[in-house]
Design a protein around this ligand. Structure first.
Ligand code: TYD
Length: 206
């Protein structure tokens, strides 16, 4: 079973992933947690290029780098572990590319989908938890935890871009109702965690 977490900046994804991981661990589940871009030494290098790099990068290059990290991660980490029957939990997957590079970055969605299918072998998540938050609330939350002067390349793209990321995610959730669970990320963390666990159990049982 493949479970992914998605959302805009400051949505509280890391907190929720930690709580979900604790739930899986406490139940003795056979799971693997990984993140995109990342999860292997090579993918972490691609991540550094994408996030820490100061070089100008055209939109196609950005998407193709995310996709190359994704292809590598799928083949080396995600697919082998799914085959072993593990619950694979991902901090971001291709819906991030659709929302960020597609809806916000203006890249053609049909092109992104074709390349994504190639990179993933058409593997789709069974369940996507979308932690929905506005640009204002997300960045206000981020400002509490860290210095906003140290934003990475994607975080620095500005208000208009991040507002479109949110709209993009909501549009994707509408189109793929069978896998998306949209959660108001301003709810208390414990409440969100209960919703996540409840939806996970429903999906698993059904
Ligand atoms: P990360 O530090 O993991 O951010 P967060 O804590 O918000 O998940 O950095 C990942 C960044 O990369 C984040 O800004 C979203 C962006 N991203 C894309 O733009 N496209 C993608 O396909 C992926 C996987 C991430």
């Amino acid at each position: 079973m493949l479970v992914t977490f998605e959302g805009g900046e400051g949505c509280g994804k890391s907190t929720q992933i930690k709580l979900f991981e604790k739930y899986l661990k406490d139940r003795g589940e056979n799971y693997l947690l990984s993140r995109e871009p990342g999860g292997t030494p090579l993918c972490e290098k691609i991540r550094a290029l994408l996030l820490e790099g100061k070089d100008e990068m055209c939109a196609k290059t950005e998407f193709l780098l995310f996709s190359s990290a994704r292809a590598e991660h799928m083949e080396k980490v995600v697919l082998p572990n799914l085959k072993k029957g593990k619950i694979v939990v991902l901090d971001r997957f291709y819906h991030s590319s659709f929302a960020y590079q597609g809806y916000a970055g203006g890249q053609n969605l049909a092109d992104l989908k074709a390349i994504t299918d190639y990179a993933t072998g058409k593997c789709r998540p069974d369940l996507v938890f979308l932690l929905d938050i506005s640009y204002e609330d997300g960045f206000a939350r981020k400002a509490k935890d860290e210095n906003l002067k140290n934003l990475d390349r994607i975080e620095s793209k500005g208000k208009e871009y991040h507002a479109k990321v949110r709209e993009g995610y909501l549009a994707l959730a509408k189109k793929e109702k069978e896998r998306f669970v949209v959660i108001d990320a301003t709810l208390p963390a414990e409440e969100i965690s209960k919703i996540i666990i409840n939806e996970f159990e429903k999906k698993r049982g059904g």
